[in-house]
Design a protein around this ligand. Sequence first.
Ligand SMILES: Nc1ncnc2c1ncn2[C@@H]1O[C@H](COP(=O)(O)OP(=O)(O)O)[C@@H](O)[C@H]1O
Ligand SMILES: [Mg+2]
Length: 266
Amino acid sequence: MSYLEIKNLHTHFSQRTGSVFSPAKHIVRAVNGVSLSLEKGEILGLVGESGCGKSTFSRTIMQLIPATSGSVVLDGEDLSALSHAEVRKRRLDFQMVFQDPYASLNPRMTIFSTLAEAVRQRHPKLKGDALFHRVETLMATVGLDAKVMRKYPHEFSGGQRQRIAIARALAPEPKLIIADEPVSALDVSIQSQILNLITSLQKDLGLTMIFISHDLGVVHYIADRIAVMYQGKIVESGPAGKVFHEPQADYTKRLLASIPRLAANC
Ligand SMILES: Nc1ncnc2c1ncn2[C@@H]1O[C@H](COP(=O)(O)OP(=O)(O)O)[C@@H](O)[C@H]1O
Ligand SMILES: [Mg+2]
């Protein structure tokens, strides 16, 4: 069995349509029968256009939204079978990195407080020098100078804030990180710095990650394997190079053709 095994996962939303006088219900099948597996230390790139169900899928894996049906097994444990209280305890095992680090960081907390709080979720007794050193190490891991730890999020650039968000995700030593469009809001040059950081973290820490993007080029750069999502289903998956260079599904071919090529005429 793989480290993460997702079997036939469905997440449906029921939406009210029609009028007050003739109410009707419409079912949105945001995740519509997804099966995927991921090995420890691997990065799975999940790619698909906006609205295809990527965020709903990630929130369902993290048990933030209840699955309509199907199962999620992480490290041999069936998360879909856990009670609410047990899910809360496991929450530290999954961490997320979002598209907008500014919105996901508390503006009133210094970087030290943010990271210290995240470390103490896993090690509640850690304090003083030991806590300080742990925060210092985390900052070095994501390429930030420890000197800036007393600053607030607004004092950093977008790229630096995303480094802080990554450090915060690493702090509780999670089993799985899901990064949902983590570079989509960044300038291209900063994007590649963050992608390089994630690649080196994977090498050094053996990170297991689902990296979500609408951009197949970005996903190809970072992922070991790629899964292509379309209308709530996985239409193609396989080793990153194979999906990128020899796409089988028409939808993947279209995604590939839509990647902007700056040097098309060169
Ligand atoms: N809470 C919700 N209630 C109803 N529909 C939703 C909800 N969340 C997402 N959806 C719908 O599910 C589909 C997938 O959305 P989402 O998972 O955000 O896609 P993506 O992350 O790929 O852009 C969309 O049609 C969206 O409108
Ligand atoms: Mg999304």
